[in-house]
Design a binder for this molecule. Structure first.
Ligand code: B12
Ligand code: SF4
Length: 684
C-alpha cells in the first residue's frame, strides 16, 4: 500500500467548518466579461506525473453536462449585461494553461471562475493542487463531483482534505446542480460564494434539464470524434455496499424524458455527426423510462435515418425484464456492461449484491448474445474472503463457464460515499490516506488475506488470464460476426492498458504523455536531461510492447477472422495448386531448398532458388490468404538467435530476409487496414 506517498490528504478525523472564503473586489468594465473555466482534473501516476494521453478514449459526461448547463444560463435575461466566455479543459487529454487562465482574471473588467468538475476521489489530490494554485493567484475556485458529494453524503462534518480547500477560500459543492447553476454562478460572479453548498437532500428533477453539450473541439482530442455521452437517468434502487451512487444520486431513479433524449441525439447527429453513445446511467434497466427511450431510438433509426448506436450499463437480472433485451438490440445497443462483480456467491452476499445469482449467469450471457449484443462484465477482486488461489479459480470459472466477451477487473476500493468506506472509517480499518490510489488498480486498504503484494498479483493475473491469446481466440471464434471488430478492438485497448501501460483501461488513452514541469508536490522536478533519460527508455519500452502486442493481435486476427466465400474458395484453390507444385518438384530441388533456409521453414514456403523469383512475384497475393504468421515469427527468431551468437553472415541472406520482410509488411498493412475499416472489411 502506498501509504508513504507524499499525499496531502487524510481520511480522518472529520472536523467542522465555519470559515468563509476571503472576499474579493468586484471589477466591472463597460460590458464585464465572465470567464467560466470548466476543468476536469486528471490524477497523478505513481511517479507524480499527471496522467495525460495524446488522445483519449472516453470523453467526460460531467464536463458535457456542466457545459450544457452553462450555455443554458448564458441565455437567461438576468445575464444579458455580462459577456460569457466558456472554456472547457480536460486534463486527461490536454495541458491545463494555468498561468493563462490566471492572467485573464487580472484584466480589468474580467472575472474568472474555475470550476473543478466531476472530481472523483482518485482525482482529488490533483484537483486540490490545481485549486490551491489558482487561489494563490487570486482566482475564484469551486470544486464539485463525487468525492465531495460522497464524503458529505455519509458524514455530517467535513474531512480534512476538503477542509484544507475551504480554508484556502475554495468553495465545495456536494450534489447535483441542475436548477442551481444559475444561482451558483451568480454567487461566484458577485464574489459571495459560500464555503460549502449541500444539495444532497434535494435531488433535482432532470426530466427536462439542459442536455450535455457536444463540443467538437473537445471530441477531436479523442480517438473517435463521433462518440458522445449522455446520462439518461441517475440513481439506482439496489443496495451494494461498495457503491457510491445510491448515497449520492439516490435510490430512486430520476430520468430525462425520452423525447429530450431522442431530440438531443438527432440534433447531435445532424449538427455534429455524433451517433455512437455511452449512456452513463449506472443501471439503465432500472430507468423507469427505458422502454420510452428505446422506442424513441427505434423510431430515430428506422423512420428518421439516424443510425444511433450505444452502450449501456445494466444489472444482472435485467435480461429477464420482458422485451428489454430485444428492444435494446433494435434501438441500436451494441454492447452492455454488466455489474457482475463476482462469480463467488460468498462475495456477492458480503457486498449486499443479493440480486446477482451465479446460476443465472450463463442464461444472462446467452440472452444478450442471442440478440448480437456483446457482453462486458465488471469484476471486483479483493472481497474480504478472496485469496490468490480463489481469485485464480474464479477467473477460470468466469472464462470457461460464464464466457462473457470482455471483462474489466477492479480492485475493491472503499470509495468515499460507499457504505464500505463509512464502515472502514468507523471501525478504524487500515486505509491508505492517499486518495490518489482510490482508482481501482491500487491497493487502498490492507486486505485481510492477501498481503505483501498477493492482492496486486492476483489482480494482474486476472487480466493476464482473461486477455491471454487462447481465451481471446476462443471468444472471437464463437462471437457473432457482427460483434467481431468491436470485441477485437476492445481486446487491443484493454490488453495494452492493463498489461503494457499498467493502468486501468478506463483511465488510459493513446500514447501516454508526461509534462516535466507539472509534478506532484513532494516529487522533485527533473532537469531536461534527467527527464529525457527517463522518457527515452520508457517510450522505447512502450513502442516495443505495442509492436509485440500488434503482432500478437495480427496473429489473433489471422486465426479468427471470418473469411468471405470467395476468399475461402481462393484459399482452397491455392492449396491445391501448391500441393501440385509440391508433387512436381524434384527431390534434388527440395533438398537444395531445405539446405538453403534451414529445417524450420515449412516446405511449401521454401521454394527452390528458381521458384523463389516466381514466389516473389506472387507474394502479394498469397500473403493475403494466410492463416498464421508463426512461420515468419520463427524465421525472425532464427535470424535474431544467430545474430546473438555472432553469426553476422546470416544478414547476407538478403533474398530471404527481404522476401519475408515484404510479407510482413504486406500482412501488417492488411491487418491494420482491416482494423481501421472494421466491420465493412469483414462482412463483404
Ligand atoms: C461515466 C463515468 C466514467 C467515465 C467518464 C467520467 C465522466 N465523469 O464522465 C469513465 C469510464 C472514464 C470513468 C472512469 C472512472 N470512474 Co467513473 N463514472 C462514470 C459514471 C458512471 C457517470 C458519470 C456521469 O456522467 N454522471 C452524471 C453527472 C451529471 O453527474 P456528476 O458527475 O456527479 O456531476 C453532477 C454533480 O456531481 C455536480 N458537479 C460535478 N462537477 C461539478 C463541479 C462544480 C464546480 C459544481 C458546482 C458541481 C459539480 O453537478 C453535476 C450535474 O448535476 C459515474 C457514476 C455516476 N452515477 O455519476 C462513475 C464514477 C464517477 N466513477 C467512479 C470511478 C471510481 C471511476 C474509475 C476509478 C474506474 C472505476 N473504478 O469505476 C475511473 C477513473 C477515471 C479517471 N481517473 O479519470 C466513481 C467515483 C467515486 C468516487 N468517490 O470517486 C463513480 C461515482 C462510480 C462508482 N464506481 O462509484 N468513469
Ligand atoms: S447495482 Fe450498481 S449502481 Fe446499483 S447499487 Fe449496485 S453497484 Fe450501485
Amino acid at each position: 500500500m502506498a501509504t508513504d506517498l507524499p499525499g496531502e490528504t487524510q481520511v480522518l478525523p472529520l472536523v467542522k467548518s465555519d470559515l468563509s472564503p476571503p472576499p474579493e473586489p468586484i471589477r466591472l468594465g463597460k460590458r464585464p466579461i465572465f470567464h467560466i473555466c470548466l476543468v476536469k482534473p486528471s490524477k497523478y501516476d505513481d511517479e507524480g506525473y499527471v496522467v495525460r494521453h495524446w488522445r483519449g478514449v472516453l470523453p467526460s459526461n460531467t464536463l458535457a453536462c456542466l457545459h450544457g448547463l452553462t450555455e443554458d444560463v448564458r441565455g437567461l435575461p438576468a445575464w444579458a449585461d455580462v459577456g460569457f466566455r466558456v472554456h472547457v479543459f480536460d486534463e486527461a487529454v490536454e495541458k491545463l494553461p494555468l498561468a493563462k487562465i490566471a492572467k485573464l482574471n487580472r484584466r480589468a473588467g474580467e472575472k474568472v471562475v474555475v470550476c473543478l468538475v466531476g472530481v472523483q476521489s482518485n482525482q482529488f489530490c490533483r484537483a486540490s493542487d490545481i485549486a490551491l494554485e489558482f487561489r494563490r493567484k487570486g482566482v475564484t475556485v469551486i470544486v464539485g463531483g463525487f468525492h465531495v458529494s460522497g464524503v458529505l453524503a455519509l458524514f455530517p462534518t467535513v474531512s480534512p482534505e476538503i477542509q484544507r480547500l475551504v480554508d484556502a477560500g475554495v468553495s465545495v459543492v456536494a450534489g447535483e446542480v441542475e436548477d442551481r447553476w444559475d444561482a451558483l454562478l451568480r454567487d461566484a460572479y458577485e464574489n459571495r460564494l459560500q464555503p460549502i453548498y449541500r444539495f444532497l437532500d434535494d435531488l433535482p428533477d432532470i426530466s427536462d434539464a439542459p442536455r450535455p453539450l457536444i463540443n467538437k473541439g473537445y471530441l477531436r482530442k479523442f480517438v473517435a470524434s463521433n462518440f458522445g455521452t449522455i446520462d439518461c437517468s441517475r440513481g439506482c434502487p439496489f443496495n451494494c455496499s461498495f457503491c457510491t451512487i445510491i448515497n449520492v444520486q439516490g435510490r430512486k431513479s430520476r430520468h430525462r424524458s425520452p423525447e429530450c433524449i431522442a431530440e438531443t441525439l438527432r440534433h447531435n447527429y445532424v449538427e455534429h455527426g455524433v451517433y455512437f453513445y455511452f449512456f452513463t446511467d449506472d443501471d439503465f434497466a432500472r430507468n423507469p423510462a427505458w422502454e420510452g427511450v428505446f422506442d424513441a431510438l427505434i423510431e430515430l433509426r428506422e423512420k428518421r435515418g439516424v443510425p444511433v448506436k450505444f452502450m449501456i450499463q445494466v444489472d444482472t437480472p435485467s435480461y429477464k425484464i420482458p422485451g428489454f433485451v430485444e428492444k435494446a438490440s433494435r434501438a441500436g445497443c451494441t454492447n452492455v456492461f454488466i455489474g457482475m462483480e463476482s462469480i463467488n456467491p460468498r462475495n456477492l452476499k458480503a457486498a449486499g449484491k443479493t440480486h446477482n445469482h451465479v446460476k443465472q449467469y450463463r442464461d444472462l450471457m446467452d440472452a444478450w448474445h442471442r440478440v448480437q449484443i456483446s457482453t462486458h462484465v465488471g469484476y471486483i477482486i479483493g472481497f474480504p474472503q478472496d485469496t490468490e488461489e480463489s481469485v485464480r479459480e474464479d477467473v477460470v470459472g468466469l472464462m470457461t463457464e460464464v464466457r462473457p466477451h470482455r471483462a474489466s477487473f477492479f480492485m475493491l476500493t472503499p470509495l468515499p460515499g460507499s457504505q464500505d468506506h463509512k464502515k472502514m472509517i468507523e471501525t478504524g480499518a487500515e486505509l491508505d490516506p492517499d486518495y490518489n490510489t482510490y482508482d481501482s488498480f491500487h491497493e487502498s486498504f490492507l486486505h485481510p488475506l492477501m498481503k505483501n503484494g498477493a492482492w496486486t498479483r492476483a489482480y494482474k493475473e486476472a487480466w493476464r488470464s482473461f486477455y491471454s491469446f487462447e481465451n481471446m481466440k476462443t471468444i472471437l471464434s464463437s462471437a457473432d460476426p457482427k460483434n467481431y471488430w468491436d470485441i477485437f478492438r476492445n481486446f487491443y485497448w484493454y490488453k495494452n492498458s492493463a498489461l503494457n501501460e499498467g493502468a486501468h483501461p478506463m483511465i488510459t488513452g493513446l500514447f501516454r504523455l508526461k509534462d516535466r514541469k507539472t509534478r506532484r508536490p513532494g516529487f522533485a522536478r527533473e532537469g531536461r536531461l534527467a527527464h529525457a533519460w527517463r522518457r527515452i527508455p520508457e517510450i522505447y519500452k512502450y513502442c516495443r510492447d505495442a509492436l509485440h502486442l500488434t503482432l500478437e493481435m495480427e496473429e489473433l486476427w489471422l486465426q479468427t477472422r471470418r473469411r468471405s466465400e470467395t476468399e475461402k474458395r481462393v484459399v482452397e484453390e491455392l492449396a491445391r495448386m501448391r500441393s501440385e507444385l509440391h508433387r512436381s518438384l524434384r527431390i534434388s530441388e527440395l533438398r537444395a531448398a531445405f539446405a538453403q533456409v534451414g529445417a524450420r521453414m515449412p516446405v511449401l514456403e521454401v521454394p527452390s532458388r528458381m521458384s523463389l523469383a516466381r514466389e516473389k512475384l506472387s507474394v502479394l497475393n498469397v500473403s493475403r490468404f494466410r492463416e498464421t504468421r508463426r512461420d515468419l515469427e520463427a524465421f525472425w527468431e532464427g535470424i535474431h538467435g544467430r545474430l546473438r551468437k555472432g553469426r553476422l553472415w546470416v544478414l547476407f541472406r538478403v533474398d530471404r530476409i527481404s522476401l519475408n520482410f515484404l510479407r510482413e509488411i504486406r500482412l501488417t498493412a492488411g491487418f491494420l487496414i482491416a482494423l481501421a475499416a472494421g466491420p465493412k472489411y469483414e462482412t463483404h
